[in-house]
Structures are given as C-alpha cells and as structure tokens.
Write a protein that binds this ligand. Structure first.
Ligand code: M6R
Length: 612
C-alpha cells in the first residue's frame, strides 16, 4: 500500500526522501510525489516509478531541508498525476495512507464552504480541513489534531505548513507510522526500512498519536477520538533490521532471495525448540499455559497466503489435538454473525500485522465475547502484536516481494509448534511423540534445502507453462491448502489464471475445463490419500489433460506420456505441506520470469493491505 517518508534535517534531504521511497517500493504503488518546504511549497509528482521522480528532482535541482514524499496505491481516484500525493491546500501540503470513510460528506461540506477540489482523492479533504482549522488556530499541531478528530477511517498522515518550514506534523490512526531519530535530523516513515539509511533509532507511534518533528527532536500527543489529549512518551527502539535484510544481494529478485532464505528463516523461527527436549507454552507468552489449558476450540482469522497457512493448521490441530478448529477469511468474518463457542482461542495470522481486514476481524471477535487471542506475526512492532494477548513472532526477516513465500513457511512452522503445545497441554501427545516431532523439526531446514534442489527441473516445466492461459492445481487433505497457495502464487506474479481444487471435487465440475491446453498441477506426497489422488489424476489423463505432478521419492507415480513427475527427496509426514510449498513457489517464480512480469511488484497488488 502507500508509503510515507518525511524529513526535517540539516542539509539537503531530497536524496534521503527518494531513497526512502525506493525502499518502500515493495509495498506496491502506482504514482509517487514529493514536496519541499523552503518557506514556499514546491511539489513534483509522477505516475512513473520512484526512479522517474528522482530524475525529475535532479533535472529541477530540487533541494531543501524539510519535505514529505509518498508512493500512492490508488483507492479513490485513478492512478494519475493529479491524484498523486502530496496534496496542497493553500499553505498546507499533505501525504496520506489509508482511507477516509466520511470523505464524501466532508467534500460536500468543504465545497459548500468554497473550496475547489483538484483531485478525486479522499486525501484532499484532509488538506482543506487543516487549512480551515489553521484560520482558527495559528498552530499547525493543534490544527491537525482538530482536523483528524473529524476523520473516520484508517490513516497515517504527514503535513507541512509553508510558514513553518522547520517542522512537520504526523499522525497515526489505523495505518503504520514511525519516527526516526538521526544525527542530523528527525524523520518519519511507514516502515523502518525507509530510514535505515539515516538511523536505527526508531519511535513507533501508537493509535491516535500526533507528533511534531523538527531537526533536533519531537513531541507526541495522543488524541484518540473521544479521549483527552495528553502528551505521551514512547520508547525509543534500536532497530535490529540489517541493510542486507532489505537489500537484494546477489539475487535477481527479492522473491528469489526470499525463497532461498527459507531453510535459514525456518531454522530461526524454530530455534527455541531445536535445542530443547520438549516444548514450552511460554513460546507464546507468559499467560499461554493458563489460556491454552482453558482452550476448547480454535478460530483462525487471516487473509491470502496467511489464510492458507491457517487452512493447513486446521488439519494439524484437529488431527493432533482433537480440538475443533474453524478458519475464516477475515474480510468475511468481520461482517457476519457467527455462533460463538465458549473457550475459543482466536488466532490472527499475518505477515505484516497491519492487514486491515485481519485486525478488524480480531476486534470483532473480541467484541462478540471471545476472551483470548494469539497473534502469529512477522513484525514485532505491528498492530496485530499489540492487539493480541499472546503472540508468536515468526523470524522470517523483512519480506519485500509482494508474493509471500518465507512468511508462509515460517507461519506453518509456528502453527506446528502451536499444535504440539496444545496437544501436550490437552494430554494428546506422549513424550515419545513430542521427541519425534522435535527431531522432524530439527531436520526441516535440511529437508527444505533438498527441496530447493528441484529448481532446474521446475525451470524446465516453467518454459511450457508460460504459454498457457489457465492452470488447475490439485491436492488432497492437508495438501489441498498448498494447492490453493500454489495457484495464488502463479496468478499473482505471472497473471496466468489458476484455480485450485481438492482433487476429489474434480468430477463435481472442474473436470469440464480439462483439455490438452489445461496444465494440471498435482501435489502427490506419499500419504494416506495418495491412491485416491491417483484415481483423480487418471480422470484428468483420460480427458487428455497434461499432468505435472510433485511427488515424493516413494510416491509410486511413474512418468508416462502426458504425465511429468518431479520428486522431492523424502516424505516429511505432518511437515510435508511445508516442503511441498517450495516447488510451487519456484514454479510461479520461473513462469513469471519467462513472461517478463514485474516479479516483486506485480500489477495492482500491494504488500501490506492496510485498507479495507
Ligand atoms: O500481511 P498479511 O499476511 O496479513 O497479508 C495477507 C495477504 O494480503 C497476503 O498474504 C497476500 O495474499 C500475498 N500477496 C500473497 O502472496
């Protein structure tokens, strides 16, 4: 989604703002802009990439000591220069992430008061509101507080006022924003990666925080709607992010880097158990033991790839712990009237921890009376982590590619730990089975390394896929969600239409689609459903469909005309879905390369979906 960078510093801040935007490119955007305040506001905007904005800035010798910059992912109004941020009203320039839900009513009111709108965005109402409030108070900080009190929705904003170039006012409510404290100035950004170039010292704003930054410092006032405004102190945190973690290194794409990082990041995520003989509930927080002992069912809320992780976990949780588990698409759950089972543990899964639908679904679940929640998340400072009673941080490191890869496998590792912990506390596992699972987990990073070795064979398949318009993915049991994930990966980065089905569903409809032009990808590990799956695959072959089968070494599926097989080295039992994800990620990646799409920044998509 949109990205914000702001700076008030000694010396020219334009390179810092542009480098910050470049580092936020991964969030997804379709236009970019920058405004400087040199006692007069100067603005540049483009529907091109950040590199084009940089060129414009160079050509125009753009230079200044205070400025705000933005990458926009269009919601209200098409991607165009007039809709790109910053938006200017009189002496005020504003950049904004999120959605102002009451923008239509505000626009009407502001038009009645004589304001002319120059864009189709919801953001422009913020700029005009601040201009109005500045007529009543000379203080920008106060004017911003008064203005945001009128906004409904989720937003992060940064505001400059022409007459006061020495400061910027920023505000967070439902969309992430942090401050960076540098040697030569103070900065603001949507995420820490944008500011690592100038500082590691970060202050994460909380909901309702309004902050004023100037070259030598900052102050924060919390103005949560309905609350009493009060000055607050927020902890200064030393970011542990390394530059290598947010740079591509020797890889051609972040997605490729992130696929190949999986053995290491899964090992990091499991570190606490790899050297232990047993699993402790404290992995999930101090209160975990009491809460888990009281848990009678589980409700998982998530979106996209994180939802697929939840679907795999349902198989694990119900099989191993015997506890009923429901998995819900967060954007659906938040608007329905679900029946409430008492003693349910609500689990929110999210890479970013900022997905608006997941956060809203969690709040909704709480409002319905669910008492206990757990967040499984990759970002320690995220809203999800702050919003849940218990938490488990996956240690995938920053995931930059829009297509989620390493976040997924580390989520699965975390969910297996949850499964084992709940099984233990509910008397559903023995010391022996616990030890066996820990041994299997110790082996997982090596098994992942082996799975990555199928890349050359997958690459050869990808050449045939790139000419296709459609593809079907099939799986059974706990590999059905992996088929869903494989299809999602392929469609989001190669733009090939892909559908996934539980293989037993084939003859209930999708078989009608099968002909020689429809490649059918099957996930065929050597598990209890293999023979059933083989019958489903026969049904495809009998209709002339070409099969691409990911099997295990001992899956008893032979290559033949129209049946292509790639084998993973070993069968991993319950952990098999984690291994079988790897070739599907590689397939999507290599098909996208063949098609020449923008692998890390696929069209129309954003990395963290902070709006509804
Ligand atoms: O940050 P989250 O895990 O909450 O994100 C959820 C989805 O938006 C995300 O998984 C999305 O589906 C990815 N682009 C999939 O690759």
């Amino acid at each position: 989604m949109c990205g914000i960078v702001g700076a008030v510093a000694k010396g020219n801040i334009v390179p810092t703002l542009l480098e910050g935007l470049r580092r936020l490119e991964y969030r997804g955007y379709d236009s970019a802009g920058i405004a400087l305040n040199n006692g007069a506001l100067h603005r540049l905007r483009t529907t091109g990439r950040v590199a084009e904005l940089s060129k414009l800035a160079d050509d125009q010798k753009f230079s200044g000591e205070a400025g705000i910059a933005h990458t926009r992912w269009a919601t209200h109004g098409a991607p165009s220069e007039r809709n790109a941020h910053p938006h200017i009203s009189g002496e005020v320039a504003v950049v904004h992430n999120g959605i102002i839900e009451n923008h239509e009513a505000l626009r009407q009111r502001l038009q009645n008061e004589g304001f002319t709108f120059t864009s189709d965005t919801d953001t422009e109402v913020i700029a005009h509101l601040i201009t109005i409030n500045l007529k009543e108070t000379p203080d920008l900080f106060e004017a911003v507080c008064r203005s945001v009190a009128e906004l409904q929705g989720a937003y992060a904003i940064a505001v400059m006022e022409e007459a006061r170039p020495e400061r910027i006012v920023v505000c967070r409510n439902g969309a992430p924003l942090l401050l960076g404290l540098g040697e030569y100035g103070t900065y603001a950004a949507s995420d820490a990666s944008a500011l690592l170039q100038v500082t590691r010292r970060m202050v994460y704003l909380e909901e309702g925080d309004v902050a004023e930054i100037h070259r030598d410092g900052y102050r924060i006032v919390n103005c949560l709607p309905g609350g009493v405004a009060r000055e607050v102190a927020r902890t200064v945190q030393e970011s542990e992010l390394t530059n290598e973690a947010v740079e591509m290194g020797p890889y051609a794409h972040f997605m490729q880097k992130e696929i190949f990082e999986q053995p290491g990041v899964v090992a990091n995520t499991l570190e606490m158990v790899l050297n232990a003989h047993s699993i402790s509930p404290r992995l999930f927080g101090n209160e975990a033991e009491n809460i888990f002992k009281d848990t009678r069912s589980i409700l998982i809320l998530a979106c996209g790839t994180s939802y697929h992780a939840g679907l795999v976990a349902r198989y694990w949780l119900e099989t191993v712990t015997g506890l009923p588990c429901n998995v819900e698409i967060a954007s659906e759950y938040r608007y329905r009237n679900p029946a409430i089972a008492p003693h349910t543990l609500v689990v929110g899964i999210s890479q970013s921890g900022e997905t608006a639908d997941t956060l809203a679904a969690l709040s909704y679940a709480k409002s319905l009376g669910h008492r206990h929640s757990l967040g499984i998340c990759n970002v320690a400072e995220s809203a999800l982590v702050r919003q849940t009673d218990l938490r488990f941080l996956t240690r995938a490191g920053p995931e930059i590619g829009v297509a989620s890869t390493k976040a997924f496998t580390t989520q699965l590792a975390a969910l297996m730990l949850l499964t084992m912990t709940l099984a233990k506390l509910n008397g559903r596992s023995s010391d022996k089975s616990e030890r066996e699972m820990i041994t299997a987990m110790r082996h997982l990073p090596v098994a992942l390394q082996h799975a990555l070795q199928v890349e050359p064979q997958v690459k050869a398949w990808a050449e045939r896929f790139s000419e296709k318009k459609h593809a079907l993915f099939l799986g059974r049991g706990m590999h059905y969600p992996i088929a869903l994930e494989g299809a999602l990966k392929l469609k989001e980065i190669s733009y090939i239409h892909a559908e996934a089905y539980a293989a037993g569903e084939l003859k209930h409809g999708p078989l009608a689609l099968v002909d020689k032009d429809m490649p059918v990808v099957a996930i065929a590990p050597n598990d209890a459903l293999l023979e059933k799956l083989k019958s489903n695959l026969q049904e495809v072959r009998a209709r002339g469909g070409e099969l691409y089968v990911f099997a295990d070494a001992d899956s008893r599926i032979q290559e033949s005309e129209g049946v292509h097989v790639i084998r993973l080295a070993e069968h991993a039992g319950l952990l098999s879905p984690i291994l079988h994800t790897i070739p599907l990620q590689l397939l999507a990646y290599h098909v996208a390369l063949q098609k020449g799409t923008d692998v890390d920044k696929p069209r129309n998509l954003a990395k963290s979906v902070t709006v509804e």
